[in-house]
Ligand binder design. Structure first.
Ligand SMILES: [Zn+2]
Length: 392
């Protein structure tokens, strides 16, 4: 079976639905902003700064979260928020991310007195200009924080409601999970859902499946951030699989925060084979030291992954976007056509370079769906998604 290569994955259209703005700055940008704003960093040496930020050295989620103190120290102005958002668009577009949902907690950017509205509008402006310049579409998710007073989660929920249809596509609950139950934030989530705003919650990363249960049933989350410990509760796992609730998997970050002991121990393969709607995401490009292509490669290199699996996860990403059904159908049909084109080109190149005559890019997975879909598509020349749209 033809294994997906770095070049192939980089060229394929992708989504990144779980990426924190304050964890995804460029290292050089932190240094530039510190100079401009006269902010004192723990060190001005680029390598030493990286050593402080690099989450490979983290021992727990709490440790991991400390690096954000550094990034947040230079993200207290309108210009810095705009720049962070704009550059994130450039970096994601460079590896062919077609759609990205950027999240952050506006309350962490008020240290120099910026009002919440300016904090949101600066990021939205950066994303808008990022789309104009690099063609990447995006949406903004407002994150409430578990370790803060729940009254803040309500203020942030109001903010998300006000900016719905103006660039904000969802609401999230983030921060230290252990000891801070999701159900304390039920009022904010109620406001969000009453206003038909989409929501997600970090859960099952630093705490067990009861945290995921609360995120789903007390908060009504439409997606689950991480969900790493979902495998500990089979009933909940089935609920999530049956209701097609997307799981936002962030592999490298899970290893760094010790949600899993090693990449090999990650449940991604089981979830995927079982039919859970798994998506792959970066979490924090800078702090985790990753890209979306790296995340796919980490998965492909450590598990039994073929090109058809990569395609399925990519499709899951587009299906799970906090956008309208029609919008998702449209972008998905174009993404599938682009995947067909890129896979055909890369496979031909691979065969030429290696003399490998095995052209198989699909494998029969345990559900048997990808192979069937591929055969049907070859026979009819149609994209399953487009046919489904017509039938519906
Ligand atoms: Zn996260």
């Amino acid at each position: 079976m033809y294994k997906p290569t770095y070049e192939l994955i980089k060229r394929l259209p992708k989504t990144d639905l779980h990426v924190h703005l304050d964890g995804s700055l460029r290292l050089q940008t932190i240094l530039d902003l510190a100079t401009e704003q006269k902010v004192k960093l723990p060190t001005e040496d680029k390598d030493k700064l990286w050593a402080l930020i690099n989450a490979d050295n983290a021992k727990s989620l709490t440790d991991y979260l400390r690096a954000f103190d550094i990034t947040l120290s230079v993200m207290q102005t309108e210009e810095s928020l705009y720049r962070a958002a704009f550059e994130l668009c450039e970096d994601a577009a460079a590896e062919n991310v077609w759609y990205m949902e950027v999240r952050y907690s506006p309350m962490l950017h008020m240290k120099r007195g910026l009002p919440l509205t300016t904090i949101v509008e600066a990021v939205l402006a950066g994303l808008r200009d990022g789309k104009k310049q690099f063609g990447i579409r995006s949406g903004l998710i407002i994150s409430a924080l578990r370790h803060t007073d729940p009254k803040w989660s309500l203020r942030l929920a109001e903010l998300a409601v006000a900016y719905k249809n103006r660039g904000v596509v969802g609401y999230d609950l983030a921060g230290a999970e252990d000891g801070f139950q999701a159900r304390k934030f039920a009022a904010a989530f109620h406001l969000i859902r009453s206003n038909n705003v989409n929501c997600t919650a970090h859960a099952g990363e630093a705490f067990g499946p009861e945290s995921i249960h609360q995120a789903l049933h007390d908060c009504g989350a439409h997606r689950i951030g991480h969900g790493t410990r979902l495998r500990e509760d089979g009933d909940l796992l089935n609920f999530i699989a049956d209701h097609r609730i997307p799981i936002e998997v962030c592999l490298k970050s899970n290893v760094q925060t010790k949600a899993v002991n090693s990449i090999e121990e990650h449940p991604i393969e089981f979830y995927h084979e079982y039919g859970v709607r798994v998506t792959l995401n970066t979490d924090n490009r800078l702090i985790t030291g990753t890209t979306i292509t790296d995340e796919y490669m980490l998965w492909a290199n450590h598990f039994n992954v073929g090109v058809s699996d990569v395609r399925e996860i990519i499709v899951n990403g587009f299906k799970s976007a906090f956008q309208s059904y029609r919008w998702r159908q449209d972008i998905l049909s174009r993404a599938i056509a682009e995947m067909d084109r890129v896979v055909a080109e890369e496979t031909a190149k691979h065969m030429q370079e290696t003399g490998d005559s095995d052209q198989t890019t699909t494998k029969r997975d345990r559900r048997g769906t990808s192979q069937k879909m591929e055969e049907r598509r070859r026979a009819t020349g149609e994209h399953p998604v487009i046919r489904h749209a017509v039938e519906a």
